[in-house]
Write a protein that binds this ligand. Sequence first.
Ligand code: ZN
Length: 196
Amino acid sequence: MMMVEPESDRVEARLVAGEYACPACRVGWLRPWGFARPRALRDRGREVVIQPRRSRCGSCLVTHVLLPTLVFLRRRDLAEVIGEALRARVIEATSRAKVAEAARVHPDTLRGWLRRFAARAPEIRAEFSTWAHRFDAGLGAIEARGSPAADALEAIGVAAAAAARRLGPSPVWGFVAGASGGLLLANTSCPLPLRD
Ligand SMILES: [Zn+2]
């Protein structure tokens, strides 16, 4: 599995042109290799179906699903919906009921996102602090915000801003999905391969 930009026509053009390096062997280039199964996603209650491209490395012959940075692995709701919910709850202290309603998800789903994010918060903070300094070597220390989850969101915000200064503007949660390899809310102690 590899995260790619959300625009499918651009992915197609880059794939055909052989512009994606194979993440497995880092020698070969990925070529079109059919499609993965369609996935039904949710955008604030609205169903969005995507069918990610599959690709195969011309060198090591390993296949990779090209997952757009609209999503996190094994989450049905769009990355942006999850990200906004985390921000509203953690930074703005909006009530759980209101956040769940805005995201159009069951409160248990929101609770699951918050729990997972909080459990990974120190790791996420470290990961995105590294990204921030990679994009802007002149950055100082990232400010503490009073809780591990708020600290992690601060690091995400600083890293996204640094990435935008270097690479041009792009949606924050798309950047987060790409930079985390789709694993922001993954259970890292028990990684499961993405089925294609
Ligand atoms: Zn390869």
